[in-house]
Design a protein around this ligand. Sequence first.
Ligand code: AMP
Length: 441
Amino acid sequence: MSLATLGLSPQILKALHDKGYEKSTPIQKELIPAMFGGRDIMAGAQTGTGKTAGFALPILQELNRDFKEEKHHLKAVVLVPTRELARQVHASFEAYGKYLPLKSMVLYGGSNMTAQAKRLKGGVDIVVATSGRLLEHIGQKNISLDAVKYLVLDEADTILDMGFVHEVTKILNHLPTKRQNVLISATLSGSVKRLAEQILHRPKLIEVDSMGTSASSVVQVVYPVIKELKSELLSFLIGSRNYQHVLVFVRKKQEADEVAKELNLSGLKTLVIHGDKSSGVRKRALEAFKEEKIRVLVATDIAARGLDIPTLQVVMNYDIPHVTGDYIHRIGRTGRAGVKGLAITLVSPKEEVALKDVERLMGREISREIIEGYAPKVTSQQRGARKNVNHTKKTDGAFGKKKSAKAPTKKKRKTTKRDRFKMFDEAKPKKEKKSGRGGKR
Ligand code: AMP
């Protein structure tokens, strides 16, 4: 459906045109008219579906309609779980509202309170915030929520997972009762529903894809691997398949550092983001990755929440996430808004049980590829236990790559990683062509 048919103003359509958007995504087709209708909304939308524009556009349009005489009063609050998502959602408001007189601001911890307070005093219409920092400003009376008409809870499941529900509840006490509420969540667990009951009034339920399924544009593959050979297989896959822009997920901070170190030793330019890194370091690493100055970004689940890189083609799970639902968040970093993506998961024998949970959540088995020399030996009995196992080189087909990674012979595996990757770098294979819309932007 063309975006022009959704009743958006010419200034907003112009901004969307600048971004290269032409058609609405399925969530936008449902969410935008529903928001104009004024009801509370509970939307089951995964990352990468275009959900941000789904709530940002109607808010911008309505606030612009009511905007008078250059006076800025806080009318919309968007709560998000992480700084990264806060920055990203705010950037979307700025981009979509660039031809409007509205002012928006992002608030998250780790940045200067006084500077934020000063800007708040100057007046803003929209605030995108993490709950903790917003509460600090409320406490210091830098901000009043009395005139707020729109409340959005983005990635509500993550807000809950990260334990911010009490902060959100406190914020609710500062909001006027008459307002429109929107809750967006990738997964619809019991706790998300309970939160929804607390916040939403007779909500309209919008689901663009059944819960627990990932964006269908992501091809998923599992590589069984001996635990000790994980880093090596990771480097091998990135190098031999010529993946130029890869986001690697790792559960633990320390392990993230170790994996990044290994990848750098292999000649793959890598940076790492996790909770122990300062806000500035994380921001710089993300920018370097977005601008493709580095080839690999290693991240923990929390640090990479909400990360939006439309052209990112490959996500690699170094391990199965601690929270099963995070698998959906992880793979949702690729295959965004219709661009083809690939999600690779390395699974050691001990993780097979956790993989089963992921497969149950996804409602299907994930294809497996065996790379000899890395995969653990599987007994014929174990093999028989897995039905519909797909050993085809599906991952390569997805990107039209020339060859699959050759199973290294025992002898070859004795060469050092450094040697092997020097080889890949020297070969400097052509950069992968970006598919779809991403290339235009
Ligand atoms: P989101 O799910 O909001 O994080 O959006 C995922 C990606 O889709 C972002 O890179 C957006 O810029 C992009 N996007 C959102 N809406 C559209 C659209 N109508 N057409 C093309 N890309 C879009």
